[in-house]
Design a protein around this ligand. Sequence first.
Ligand SMILES: [Zn+2]
Length: 135
Amino acid sequence: MTWIAPITPFVTGYLVLVALMIGSFINWAAARRPPGESIVHPRSHCRACGRQLNSLDLLPVVGYLVRRGRCATCGTEIGAAAPAVEAVAGMSMLASILWLGLWPGAAMGLCLVAAWGVAVVSVSARRFSPAEEAR
Ligand SMILES: [Zn+2]
């Protein structure tokens, strides 16, 4: 597979970007668990001031770093959980590719990111489960 070597860094970068975006999706899926809340409305917003998040805010990890972990409008701390979830997804993909090569590293990375997503979403779903609240 030597012919593929020159494009490997680009493909790796692309796959890590995809993993970061999946990490962002994991946050989205995990955050909207409270029963009765629609998955479409309202759009992603600051929980303190209600400002709708723009594309800079929503950039995985980078948005958090640019905003220094705070809402651009009201300055409320966002919390490091979301960028941490995204970073773990991105690092899982990068580590798998560096360890196993582009193939099967990319497949391994996707499996790790998927498992990470299931873990994060199920933990946060449990936190909001009505059965737990009733006890
Ligand atoms: Zn705000």
